[in-house]
Design a protein around this ligand. Structure first.
Ligand code: NAP
Length: 295
């Protein structure tokens, strides 16, 4: 039976590698929300004529709530696979969207929340829905790279970009990114507890140097990320490549790799225990209510 997959962030890095893997499956139609239609078209152009026919681009800027709402409202057919993959990371300062929201909260968490709420009636009963998390959300695992893990503060403070560290510093940018990834993991767990037939999960792709994620970093960092780290990473624990991580993610989305709903799965295929707030259920309820109010 034909399936429809909606994947955000398919123009680069992990999302691009994922679509390249999945497009080989003749029974999947793709909806690819992209902020830059030309970039989206370049991705489509790299496919064969038969594959192109199964790809629909949808203009959607995840940093604008209005854009997400409008694009989501234009959808009208059932969706079986959703991958909330798009993500941003600020390098040195706190950045706000036109909606006056801290950007990583807005793009990585809220935009995907709004998108899912808007298309809730289209998502099939047996659908699989994933978010890309990150090891940076875990205080223990993230230390090596200068992250202090997710800060599960009141959602309103997160939306305003208010962290314990002074705002507008490299550290507050890292805190905001790590927290947004923690929220992705929590949302998968929370929504899984509300549905018995769908599969909700989050995915840790490992460190994948070379992707576009560090595009706002200093020149030195960007060069290291693009040329030095991909070589060194081969010998480092916890590192992967977009292709390798996408291969596991594709297996999960195709239900070729068994996972339990709510799982946080690493690129190796192993489920990991994420770092959670102390009272997870009530925190998630507050996050859900706050996000729904912004809908
Ligand atoms: N790279 C890593 O080491 C790593 C590790 C752990 C987790 N992750 C996560 O993996 C996911 C993919 O990241 P990546 O490393 O593949 O980075 P990437 O190469 O920069 O890809 C990010 C994707 O998100 C899209 N995007 C960003 N802002 C958007 C917006 N406002 N509206 C619509 N689309 C937007 C980008 O579109 P454009 O092409 O238009 O920019 C791009 O397609 C992210 O969620 C990231 O947090 C990455």
């Amino acid at each position: 039976m034909k399936k429809t997959a909606l994947i955000t962030g398919a123009t680069s890095g992990l999302g691009l590698a994922l679509v390249k893997q999945l497009v080989r499956q003749n029974d999947i139609h793709f909806i690819l929300p992209v902020r830059d239609m030309e970039r989206g078209q370049r991705v489509t152009n790299s496919f064969s004529d038969a594959q192109k026919e199964r790809v629909s681009l949808l203009e959607m800027d995840l940093s604008s709530l209005a854009s997400v709402r409008t694009a989501a409202d234009s959808l009208d057919s059932p969706i079986d696979i959703v991958m909330c993959n798009a993500g941003v990371q600020s390098a040195t300062k706190t950045i706000y969207t036109q909606d006056k929201l801290e950007r990583t909260f807005a793009v990585n968490h809220l935009a995907h929340f709004v998108l899912l709420q808007k298309i809730e009636h289209l998502i099939t009963a047996e659908a699989i829905i994933g978010w890309v998390g990150s090891g940076t959300h875990h205080p223990e695992l993230a230390k090596t790279f200068g992250f202090t893990g997710a800060h599960y503060r009141d959602p309103e403070l997160l939306a305003k970009g208010m962290y314990e560290s002074d705002s507008n510093t490299r550290q507050s940018s890292r805190d905001a990114y790590a927290t947004s990834k923690g929220l992705n993991i929590l949302m998968a767990r929370y929504l899984s507890s509300r549905s018995s037939s769908r599969t909700y999960f989050s995915f840790d792709p490992g460190l994948m140097p070379g992707t576009g994620l560090i595009r706002e970093g200093s020149t030195g960092l960007r060069l290291a990320w693009k040329y030095y780290l991909p070589v060194v990473a081969k010998f480092m624990k916890g590192t992967s490549t977009p292709k390798r991580s996408a291969a596991m993610l594709a297996r999960i989305l195709l239900k070729d790799k068994n996972i339990a709903s709510g799982d946080y799965v690493e690129y190796t295929g192993h489920a990991r225990e994420p770092f959670k707030p102390q009272d997870e259920t009530s925190y998630c309820q507050r996050l859900y209510d706050y996000s729904a109010a912004l809908l």
